[in-house]
Design a protein around this ligand. Sequence first.
Ligand code: ATP
Length: 218
Amino acid sequence: MPLKVKSPIGIYGGTFDPVHYGHLRPNLELCEIFALDHVRFIPAFAPPHREAPQTPAEQRLEMVAQAIEAESRFVLDDREIKRGGPSYTLDTLKSLRQDYPDNPLCLLMGMDAFAAIDCWYHWQELLDYAHIIVSQRPETDFHASEQWSTAVQALYEQHQAERKAISQTLCGKIRLEPVTQLSISATDIRNRLKNKQSIRFLMPEPVINLIKYYNLYT
Ligand code: ATP
């Protein structure tokens, strides 16, 4: 344990195909609740547990860059795209731990992602490198935990912690946190574009401009 634990850093992975306000607003709130130094947005190159993203990595990266440009507490991190191959979160956390040996690392994710965490590559090791902060998603609620597998429930029960524990230790805690709920998903946005419906007010305007420029999701 270092003599002085520095400010916690948020780690937020996703396909971001495309990025939307449902990704942005909850993380800003978590940033404030946990006094995070910053949140690193890390687009996956090849997500191991779902179909490959429709949009090339470079364009997803560009969309995230545009989306977070105006918020100094949000930082783009292209390490998974540079690394190539399957984007295992454990590998990402190991490399972040090397870069930030004295900062608590907080893996930020929605309830849906946490419910399936026992399918992630070497999932039992994730908490050796980071805390997990789970934000509530609109279509789920805290009762969703009743549908967690026994393994996920056990993980939560063993590691759940109070807010203050997040800034006091480098890793190993799990915290569920309610945030402003935005019922937005990338799937819905892609469908709207396919159906020639408007996507206005679902994501920052510069991202919409990029989607139009590259003629994505048509
Ligand atoms: P898709 O619809 O293609 O599955 P998505 O909108 O869920 O995409 P992802 O990039 O797959 O976005 O998700 C990355 C992370 O963002 C996950 O942890 C997911 O739980 C979270 N997330 C996505 N949408 C929301 C939302 N509206 N509110 C809170 N968290 C969200």
